[in-house]
Design a protein around this ligand. Structure first.
Ligand SMILES: *Cc1c(COP(=O)(O)O)cnc(C)c1O
Length: 371
């Protein structure tokens, strides 16, 4: 089965195989592996030793997002969220339920937020202390670029929280050049092509130190993760980690380096995406995004107008042809979404396009323009 979803992604056989072992988290051999992972992901984030630290947390992306919001945004602060997609919805809910003051900057889910929009929102409300953006919006496929937004946040003297969960490893992040970024967030199971299980925060140490006492939670306090590392070492976890997922992640990071790191991964995903985008258009379907706003991680496609199209039926027909996609959509208009990320090639994508065409024929979907 070809898994074409934006996480957990299709993985290499050797990555999955690394999970088939029993490991003690405190074993010295494993501690060295974990400490090495922390160094490696800091480097991928463009972080600087002594300035930035990797602060992982067991669990999914929402957990590390909540931890970052609780840790870096004090209860007296105010968080501006660029609200142009379904993962921004989640950030709004996480921050609100954590008791933080939230201001949203609404925008369509078909284009990125602009520097001008962020600048105007910050000028209009001097009480805003932090800004959060979703780097790649996994609802639609747009990219909110920290290279564009960061300078505005920096010029306004505010702090930036970057949810790069579905971008990191593919789209570039360069923390050394962005002192306004308090923290960048990502997980083991998306563009770094590991198994799910760990969330990562790469954070500015000065911001972490200033954030002591903010979290209102022991589990979700990244400043406590940092203090624990100082006390017990960079190979130590506070609580039991998913050790097998970490062992697999080590193998995935080696494959990432071997491939040529972030630029090579982006090039492969871009080509996957191009084959898919052009392929669905050639089938008579309408991509959700204009080419200039199409990121390299997922392609969302308008559901066709033909009443013979039913999303679950389409997903089932595609699965029968060996391709698994999401059976829900997170865009404002009805769509289906196909991932371009994971251990997959442009050749796989050509096969997926053929399977999509076959599944539409199976269902008798003739009118393929947007519903
Ligand atoms: C996947 C994802 C998350 C976290 O999702 P989990 O299901 O909690 O791992 C957060 N933000 C973005 C942009 C994502 O794509």
């Amino acid at each position: 089965m070809l898994l074409l979803i934006p996480g957990p992604v299709q993985t290499r056989a050797e990555t999955r195989a690394a999970m088939a072992q029993d490991i003690a988290p405190w074993d010295l051999g494993f501690r060295a592996v974990y400490a090495g992972i922390r160094d490696d992901v800091r480097r991928i984030a463009g972080g600087v030793e002594g300035v930035h630290a990797t602060l992982p947390l067991q669990g999914c992306g929402h957990f590390i997002m909540e931890a970052a919001i609780r840790t870096f945004v004090p209860v007296t602060g105010k968080l501006l969220i660029a609200h142009n997609g379904s993962y921004a919805d989640r950030a709004v809910r996480l921050a609100t339920e954590a008791g933080r003051q939230v201001v949203t900057l609404p925008g369509p889910d078909t284009r990125p937020v602009t520097a001008e929009e962020i600048g105007a929102a910050l000028a209009a409300d001097p009480g805003i202390t932090h800004v959060a953006i979703v780097h790649h919006e996994t609802g639609s496929g747009i990219v909110n670029d920290p290279e564009v937004i960061g300078p505005v946040v920096r010029a306004a003297g505010r702090r930036l929280i970057l949810d790069s969960v579905s971008a990191f490893g593919a789209l570039p992040v360069n923390l050394a050049a962005h002192p306004e970024v308090d923290v960048v967030l990502f997980t083991s199971g998306k563009c770094l092509e590991g198994l799910p299980g760990i969330g990562f925060a790469v954070a500015r140490i000065d911001s972490v130190l200033a954030a002591a006492g903010n979290a209102g939670s022991w589990s979700f306090d990244l400043s406590d993760v940092y203090q624990h590392a100082l006390r017990a070492g960079w190979g130590s976890f506070r609580f039991t980690p998913p050790v097998q997922a970490l062992a697999a992640f080590r193998v995935a990071l080696d494959a990432f380096a071997q491939e040529g790191g972030q630029p090579a991964r982006l090039a492969r995903y871009r080509e996957n995406c191009r084959v898919l985008y052009d392929g669905v258009k050639a089938l008579g379907l309408t991509p959700y995004l204009e080419p200039r706003h199409q990121g390299p991680v997922i392609v969302t496609v308008h559901q066709p107008a033909d009443p013979a199209f039913v999303l679950q039926g389409f997903v089932d027909a595609l699965k029968a042809r060996g391709v698994l996609i999401s059976n829900f959509h997170n865009t404002k208009a009805p769509s289906f979404r196909v991932g371009c990320v994971g251990a997959i090639t442009p050749e796989d994508m050509r096969g997926a396009v053929a399977a999509i065409g076959g599944a539409l024929d199976d269902l008798g979907v003739r009118r393929r323009e947007a519903a």
